[in-house]
Design a protein around this ligand. Structure first.
Ligand code: G3P
Length: 214
């Protein structure tokens, strides 16, 4: 499974990249606002750090506006993936982007039927939001399972990008059900690393080595 970091914070992206585990980056308007810089400034910096798909989300919600904004942001770098909300005008724009060879990430997906339409529009990636479904007492991982199954049934080429990941279990479950990608917040990436028995074992090794004056 590919791992993307869900962040617009260059320090977070550099930290995760240094471990060699970042295959791409996803951003969104809220993550961009959090770092207090413009989307395009952030994207220009990210493409210098990560050599992989970089999702940059449009603000426009009408087809013409999405196309204009998406073409401009795609021109920043060949790795840019234009992130488009799952609305009718968004899918119309995705159809055109697909014909123009511009990669797309259709976001804010909360149902399998939405995901099916995004695939038919030619989306490169679909972003189902696991955590936000869980947050309202739904079963976010069931959505991932349903989309993976439907895409396999009909041979859709769209990649399932598990998003709105809240904890390591989301990552494990997404991998088990066959998501192509998980986009993971920096904090969760470090949680994936941690295990108390690793820390306990390392402490014991170091203590025993110290006893021998090593
Ligand atoms: O960036 C898309 C998605 O991963 C954001 O999820 O729910 O943490 O805002 P959330």
């Amino acid at each position: 499974m590919d791992i993307f970091i869900d962040s617009a914070d260059l320090d977070e992206i550099r930290d995760a990249s240094a471990m060699g585990l970042v295959d791409g980056v996803t951003t969104n308007p809220s993550l961009i606002a959090k770092v207090g810089r413009s989307r395009d400034e952030v994207i220009h910096d990210i493409v210098e750090v990560v050599d992989g798909p970089i999702s940059a989300e449009v603000i426009a919600t009408d087809t013409a506006g999405i196309l204009a904004e998406g073409r401009a942001v795609a021109a920043i770098h060949e790795n840019i993936v234009v992130k488009v909300p799952l609305i009718a005008d968004g899918l119309k724009a995705v159809r055109t982007f697909t014909e123009e060879g511009i990669k797309t990430n259709v976001t804010l997906c909360f149902s399998a039927t939405q995901a099916m339409l995004a695939a038919k529009a030619g989306a490169t990636y679909i972003s189902p939001f696991i955590g936000r479904i869980d947050d309202v007492s739904g079963e976010g991982m069931e959505l991932i399972q349903e989309i993976v199954a439907i895409y396999e049934n009909y041979g859709y080429g769209t990649k399932v990008l598990a998003a709105s990941v809240r904890h390591p279990l989301h990552v494990k479950q997404a991998a088990l059900v066959g998501a192509h990608v998980a986009t993971i917040p920096h904090k969760v990436i470090h949680q994936l690393l941690k295990h108390p028995l690793t820390d306990i074992g390392l402490d014991k090794f170091l203590a025993d080595a110290a006893k021998q004056g090593q």
